[in-house]
Write a protein that binds this ligand. Structure first.
Ligand code: PGA
Length: 250
């Protein structure tokens, strides 16, 4: 059943780019995209949302942000609200990326609030979960990802089938050390079962894999039954590599 939904390939630029580099990258991406079989998005630094919104207009590339405030509006200096992201055409927002959890102290509770803010503004949250190397070696992978997912799906008021979930083992992010297709599928199957227990629409929810996905390993990862797309960091900064990953997602 999971094969009936379109895959999603989302690039996560992280804190990279410039006006000139973004323009070149997005133009090359659009030029190389011929009627993609999957959905395509780029998560850009906040300051460049307006620039990239204009660049992708009329193309099949959708816009994503990398973070959103847990608050609705008001005296939160430096924060950007979900409504503001919506104003600039954001279709998706990454929530709870491990770099936010690790360097900015985001707890499961904060990630759940951000998820709710995004949904309330009509933006699809891409909720990131994943274990550290230490947790994997301690046999804690399942416990950790289930706890992280439970925090966002056990909030009432919204249909959880509106979220996208990204499994990103922390040890695979930016390290060149990808989870094997079997390792990734095993965790995706756990997440799918957890979603199925919580919602009759679990099959609709897209489960992305992220962590050193590249042009060479994407096809095998994306062929797994419960892998519905990819969240791509480093390889999304090079148009030819990102295009190859998109071509592998059918
Ligand atoms: P990577 O990053 O592809 O560079 O490992 C993925 C991510 O952090 O989203």
């Amino acid at each position: 059943m999971s094969s009936s939904k379109k895959k999603l390939i989302a690039g996560n630029w992280k804190m990279n780019g410039s006006l000139a580099a973004n323009e070149a990258l997005v133009k090359a991406l659009i030029a190389g995209l011929q009627d993609p079989a999957c959905d395509v998005a780029v998560a850009v630094p906040l300051l460049y949302l307006a620039q990239v919104q204009a660049l992708v207009a009329g193309s099949s590339v959708e816009l994503a942000a990398q973070d959103v405030s847990a608050h609705e509006a008001g005296a939160y200096t430096g924060e950007v609200s979900a409504a503001m992201l919506k104003d600039f055409g954001a279709r998706y927002v990454l929530v709870g990326h491990s770099e936010r959890r690790q360097y900015h102290g985001e707890t499961d509770a904060v990630v759940a609030e951000k998820t709710q803010r995004a949904l309330a503004a009509g933006i699809t949250p891409i909720v990131c979960v994943g274990e550290t190397l230490q947790e994997r070696e301690a046999g804690q992978t399942e416990v950790v990802v289930k706890r992280q997912l439970a925090a966002v799906i056990h909030v009432n008021g919204h249909c959880i089938s509106e979220v996208v979930v990204a499994y990103e083992p922390v040890w695979a992010i930016g390290t060149g050390r990808t989870a094997s297709p079997e390792q990734a599928q095993a965790v995706h199957a756990v997440l799918r079962a957890q979603l199925a227990a919580a919602s009759e629409h679990a099959d609709r929810i897209r489960l992305l894999y992220g962590g050193s996905m590249n042009a060479a390993n994407a096809a095998q990862l994306l062929a797994q039954p419960d892998i519905d797309g990819g969240l791509v960091g480093g390889a999304s900064l090079k148009a030819p590599d990102f295009l190859q990953i998109i071509a592998a997602a059918r």
